[in-house]
Design a protein around this ligand. Structure first.
Ligand SMILES: Cc1ncc(COP(=O)(O)O)c(C=O)c1O
Length: 403
């Protein structure tokens, strides 16, 4: 069955043929994928690519990592979805509490949206207050309180949100003052990674300022580590910054592609966490928890974060050298393991689209409007193939500009 045939069948039975963040990001892209191994992926038409999207974040060690899949298979032989969680839930909670500095306890769910929503609910239960501050334009999930699209959302869904600008402490202080005595939490991502915009690393003074603001008001500092967690650091992404949140939301990379999310918190929020009723039919499945233990163990034992940083830095250096050689002004922003490429003045992503489509034809699966993800499985050969493809992609942009 070809991609085209699947799209035609999908149009009849799936609204829009596909929805959400995995809708193909351009006409050149396949919609349906067949398989993946290491840093390579194959679409249903049999084309092979080096994967620089990593399923939009979950794949951190590479597809089908042997130790992770062995742990998942062993747990699957015993049981997965049962009347209660397996012992792996306790093992995983202990491992997370040992691994992440601010964590005194862990709770589990399925998706990142579950985790960010739970953090807000726990903060409200603990503080008895309503308002949550979020950065303008930040993505925290797809529930009505946080979805970036307005369809189906009511004003009431957003009534308890206040807004600040990332890295602008004065704006957060003003929003906190406006919430007066009703501030439950400040929600923040470890760096600014709003899709479609140049990324911005956090100013440590801003992070420290948010911590101080939460300490002064009694609100929770919530770190949304769903996208960056366990890619930048083996611990919360703000540990190197020296700022600990009260609560943190995790998903994506924690189980190398197996469906799992986590909320981690400190003792000050334990009471709120045990009073909220949060649950889901599949939240306690044992296989993803076994996969998460194996993932975190492999991240540590294989020094995967250092590897990703080295590969990401080589990718950045190579791409920036190519951009210079083609005399193209680009932005290459964010941490080397989660970069985003933009072309100067390319407001509607036209050049980004030309670049990404040609890179895809050359065998590099990256994205025109979303940050990319570097996995620990990328080899020197993979990187060489990617850089060959991006060189051709810059050539295509040059040609497009000349046309
Ligand atoms: C920072 C951040 N928070 C929350 C989410 C929501 O996660 P999920 O799509 O698993 O619900 C995402 C997903 O991309 C994210 O990047």
């Amino acid at each position: 069955m070809t991609d085209q045939e699947l799209r035609e069948r999908a149009r009849a039975v799936i609204p829009g043929g596909m929805y959400g963040h995995q809708a193909a990001p351009g006409a050149a892209y396949p919609q349906f994928m067949r398989s993946g191994r290491g840093a390579r992926i194959w679409d249903v038409d049999g084309h092979e690519y080096v994967d620089l999207m990593c399923s939009y974040g979950p794949i951190v060690l590479g597809h089908q990592h042997p130790a992770v899949e062995a742990a998942a298979a062993e747990q699957a032989r015993l049981g997965d979805c049962q009347n209660g969680p397996g012992p792996v839930m306790v093992d995983l909670a202990e491992l997370l509490v040992r691994t992440v500095r601010h964590a005194d306890w862990a709770m589990f769910a399925k998706n990142g949206t579950d985790a960010t929503t739970m953090c807000c609910t726990i903060a409200r239960a603990q503080t008895g207050r309503s308002k949550i501050l979020v950065a303008k334009g930040a993505y925290h999930g797809a529930a009505p309180w946080c979805t970036p699209r307005p369809a189906g959302v009511t004003p009431a869904d957003r009534a308890n949100l206040g807004y600040y600008t990332f890295n602008d402490l004065a704006s957060a202080q003003a929003a906190a003052a406006e919430a007066a005595g009703d501030l439950a939490a400040i929600l923040v991502s470890p760096f600014k990674h709003d899709a479609g915009y140049d990324q911005e690393l956090v100013d440590p003074a801003f992070a420290r300022g948010l911590r101080a603001l939460c300490d002064a008001t009694g609100a929770a500092l919530i770190l949304d580590d769903v996208r960056a967690g366990f890619r930048l650091h083996l611990g919360s992404s703000w540990e190197p910054v020296g700022v600990d949140p009260d609560l943190s939301a995790w998903s994506k990379a924690i189980a190398n592609g197996h469906p799992l999310a986590a909320v981690l918190g400190n003792d000050a929020f334990r009471d709120g966490a045990q009073r909220v009723f949060v649950t889901g039919s599949f939240w306690f499945s044992a296989v993803p928890m076994a996969a998460a233990i194996a993932t975190i163990t492999a991240l540590r034992d294989e020094a995967a974060i250092d590897t990703m940083h080295r590969t990401g830095t080589a990718l950045r250096d190579g791409i920036l050298a190519q951009a210079r050689a083609w005399d193209l002004a680009v932005g290459y922003t964010g941490p080397p393991v989660m970069p985003y490429l933009t072309f100067a003045g390319d407001q509607d992503h036209e050049l980004g689209g030309v670049f990404a489509a040609q890179a895809l034809r050359g065998g590099a699966y990256l994205h025109p409007r979303h940050n990319w993800f570097v996995s620990a499985a990328l080899t020197g050969d993979d990187l060489a193939l990617v850089l060959e493809a991006t060189d051709q992609a810059f050539a295509a942009v040059r040609k497009h500009l000349a046309a």
